[in-house]
Unconditional design. Structure first.
Length: 111
């Protein structure tokens, strides 16, 4: 939100790219598809399906859903989710998490 130098921008981009590469590598090492009920996550393609229909998610919603799917049956703290999805969370990210969770629920609800 604040202006920063070009060097800092480049450093942030390198961190983001490193994180994306790590996430892709980690996903490719694991099962390439998650299925539970009508929900299907194709990790290799980065696609989510509900009852055979593709669900369009934002990158954050996708990361959040993947994190939850990989930890099915486990209790995850807010802080853990924030660290895994946002990296270095700030106080305002807690409200963002709530909004993303509500949006994700709406997209995945069966009518």
């Amino acid at each position: 939100t604040k202006p920063f130098s070009v060097d800092e921008l480049l450093a942030r981009l390198r961190v983001a790219l490193r994180r994306v590469r790590y996430d892709r590598q980690r996903l490719s090492e694991e099962s390439s598809v998650y299925e539970n009920g009508g929900l299907r996550i194709d990790y290799a393609a980065g696609c989510v399906y509900l009852d055979g229909s593709e669900i369009h998610l934002t990158p954050i919603e996708y990361k959040l859903l993947v994190l939850l799917a990989k930890n099915t049956g486990k209790v995850l703290t807010h802080n853990y989710i924030l660290r895994e999805v946002w990296g270095n969370p700030t106080a305002s990210d807690m409200q963002s998490l709530r909004v993303y969770m509500a949006t994700l629920r709406k997209k995945l609800e069966k009518n």
